[in-house]
Design a protein around this ligand. Structure first.
Ligand code: AMP
Length: 561
């Protein structure tokens, strides 16, 4: 294995790094350092946090920047205040035994005057979040004409957080001759566009498994009347006792209101919004980060840059007005390769936004049902029993106390004890949910034979009993061909040579597309929307009847086995 000195770094720098306990370079350091040290090429590194990328760009940067000059020569941009501070701290540690740099961190939420003073003292390296750097540029406190190196760290996150315009502006102020190094965990279109616009033929390096970004987020929505949203939120929280969640509201007032109601209803919640002082915000964030807080309710702006690991759920009280906000909100979960769930509480008037987001993300947002009262009770009871099973028992201390307890309970059977014990904790849930209404906004319910709900579009399919299908086989066909699950499907009406099935509105295009060109037992499949009045009649060909015929001839065919 290679050592740091073999990568071309100066002995002073190697010594500092070794003092930090870095013995051997990580793969990205081994590959990137020799390339970056040349200081002549643009560079793109696909790597996640934790791979050692800070040293991978930091060490070459410290070599290339001249500490004898006071001009700002390098600019490192990062999405969050935390990351900015961490990079600054790392660079200071690396350079301790090497050169006398003035490295200044520039980020929002701290005194801008102090940061301006530090920059004016002559910062060879500025590590900044894009928003605050723009403030400094606007106040003419930084000069970027002398910049030789720009590092974009976690570029995908910066774009996710809505910093695209800020980045464009900042990069436009830096000289054409600068060298740009970009690091990103994912390579979405927006990052490619930054590469195209601002970099020249960059050296590309991928380290480890590429994080596919959103793939770990499961996107869902529930359809509820606006007035039931808070009740639906509570159901979801009660149904998910292990939640460590972030709830987004559009306005400060809503944020405060939802948090206050949650606190009043006994949840471990707090809020983060623009009316709080920086100190109050820091306090809330610290509680959340330390898990002393289970639910944080926040506005989009206040939650910019929240970088807390292990958030299990992001809940949107309403669909945001801006598309990027949805991505930014959802991206707070499923971090560092973990899984996460994003749930939007959507009223009928917001339903169209779901389709827009689906199209833009190219990811389906599945509808889920608000759990019923009975489902919540079942889940809570199981969670309670799980806790009972897992609880640590202090045998010694218990031993002395238990005889009188045994005596008190000895006339009860094991079953009775369990029932009483569960009721003790659980009666409040039973009381609350005893007559709990269905909160889902649905036009018509399923008939119980297919899925659980239906707001219904009726489809015709040219398969039926004559093909040997029964309902469960038909469900399999619909699942295999169009990814429809039982809960997506309403009534299935099997006829001889054809059938009808109903699916909630909004999936028409997807379903028609999925069946195009498909075969079942060698027979081309045909699916079309059946008119609402259609009963047992086959639907008419579509106006432009050619579309189906044409699709039969298409090359791609899939055999149903
Ligand atoms: P990063 O991906 O830059 O955030 O680094 C992840 C963690 O790995 C940080 O705590 C670094 O201090 C540590 N680290 C980076 N490079 C090395 C190395 N070569 N040997 C040991 N630890 C390292």
């Amino acid at each position: 294995m290679k050592k740091f000195e073999s990568l071309g770094l100066s002995p002073g720098l190697v010594e500092s790094v070794e003092l930090l306990g870095f013995e051997t370079p990580t793969p990205i350091q081994e590959k990137a350092i020799p390339v970056l040290l040349k200081g002549t090429e643009d560079f793109v590194g696909l790597a996640q946090t934790g791979t050692g990328k800070t040293a991978a760009f930091g060490l070459p940067l410290l070599e290339l920047v001249d500490d004898a000059q006071r001009d700002t020569q390098a600019l490192v941009l990062a999405p969050t205040r935390e990351l900015t501070l961490q990079i600054t701290n790392d660079l200071e540690n690396f350079s301790e035994k090497f050169k006398a740099f003035n490295i200044v961190a520039v980020y929002g939420g701290a005194s801008i005057g102090e940061q301006i003073r530090k920059v004016k003292r002559g910062a060879q390296i500025i590590v900044a979040t894009p928003g605050r750097l723009i403030d400094l540029i606007d106040r003419k406190a930084v000069r970027l004409e002398t910049i030789r190196f720009v590092v974009l760290d976690e570029a995908d996150e910066m774009l996710n957080m809505g910093f695209k315009e800020d980045l464009d502006k900042i990069l436009s102020y830096t000289p054409e001759t600068k060298i740009t190094w970009l690091f990103s965990a994912t390579m979405p279109r927006e990052v490619r566009s930054i590469m195209k616009n601002y970099m020249t033929n960059p050296y590309e390096l991928t380290v480890g498994e590429q994080n596919k970004g959103n793939v770990n987020i499961e996107h869902r929505y529930v359809l509820v009347p606006e007035r039931e949203k808070y009740a639906a939120l509570k159901r979801i929280l009660d149904f998910t006792p292990e939640i460590f969640g972030l709830i987004f509201c559009r306005t400060r007032i809503d944020t405060q209101r939802v948090a206050e109601m949650l606190i009043k209803d006994g949840y471990n919640a707090d809020s983060l919004h623009g009316d709080l002082t920086q100190q109050q915000r820091d306090r809330v964030m610290m509680k959340f980060r330390n898990r002393a807080l289970q639910i944080l309710v926040a506005t989009d702006v206040a939650a910019r840059g929240i970088d807390v690991e292990d958030i299990t759920h992001v809940i949107h009280m309403n669909m945001p007005d801006e598309m990027e906000f949805y991505t930014h909100r959802s991206g707070r979960t499923a971090r560092a390769g973990k899984k996460g769930i994003s749930i939007a509480l959507v009223s009928r008037s917001e339903q169209g936004r779901i389709k827009q987001v689906e199209k833009s993300l190219r990811t389906p947002i599945k509808r889920m049902m608000v759990p019923t009262g009975a489902e919540v009770c079942q889940k809570q009871l199981l969670a309670l029993m799980h806790k009972v099973r897992e609880v640590k028992i202090n045998e010694e201390e218990m031993e002395a106390l238990l005889p009188s307890v045994y005596e008190e309970l000895n006339h009860l059977t094991k079953q009775e004890i369990i029932k009483r014990f569960a009721s003790l904790e659980f009666n409040r849930f039973l009381d609350y949910y005893r007559n709990a209404p269905d909160l889902n906004d649905v036009e018509t319910k399923g008939d119980g034979k297919g899925g659980r709900y239906l707001t219904g579009t009726r489809f015709f399919i040219n398969l039926g009993k004559m093909d040997g299908l029964d309902k469960s086989k038909m469900l399999e066909v619909l699942d295999e061909m169009a990814g429809l699950e039982k809960k997506d499907i309403g009534k299935i009406d099997l006829k001889g040579a054809y059938s009808f099935f109903e699916v909630e509105k909004g999936k028409e295009d997807h379903i028609l597309r999925s069946f195009r060109g498909m075969e079942y037992m060698g027979r081309p499949l045909r699916v079309d929307i059946a008119g609402p009045e259609a009963t047992d009649r086959k639907p008419k060909e579509r106006e432009n009847g050619k579309s189906f015929k044409k699709s039969f001839k298409k090359g791609f065919k899939k055999k149903w086995k």
